[in-house]
Design a protein around this ligand. Sequence first.
Ligand SMILES: [Zn+2]
Ligand SMILES: [Zn+2]
Length: 204
Amino acid sequence: MLVFGTYQAFAACDYCDGHDCLEARTDIPKGKGASGKWKDAETPKRDWTCVEIFDREGTDTCEMCEREEVRFVHVMQHGRLKLEVGCFCAAYMDGTLDKAAAKSRESTLISRLSKLKNFMDEDKWKESAKGNPYYTFKRSEHNPTTKKVVLMKSKFNSKYAYSIISLSEDGEEQDSYRSDYLPSKEIAMKAAFDSIFPLRMRVN
Ligand SMILES: [Zn+2]
Ligand SMILES: [Zn+2]
């Protein structure tokens, strides 16, 4: 550390231009014991903001503690640096230490999963006059218009396409999208779901 008289020089943060993160770099959380980037001398330890959350549909190691296996990822940003972390590290990094608040960001992803479970259950589908299976999502917080998903089987093979039809409040068709043929019914169903309820969500 450079010392000029009684003033300590700030070591500029590598990631956020001039902000003094020197103190932050020494702030290692207790708990299970620090690990991974919590212990290095380069990674800023606070003043992070959560900018996005997503469902990894599998797990991978938290990029901060390099220890926890994370499915619901909090994308944290500090200047130019972004890390994909779990809810506990996120609560330390944003400085609130509020694990419940960080965890509550995941509730949207969890309710998305229960919608997905219903949607993938073919008993919940109906059949159109043309004999195509369809499923309706009512308008909700994360779905601004009621949407009808229709599956169409290829005449030539076992591929399926889907269309998504947006309905007005009185049930009129507003607009529709039709996909290309996809390798299987299940893949077409999942693709339709992901386009209505994306895996990634921005956090304000
Ligand atoms: Zn910084
Ligand atoms: Zn972590």
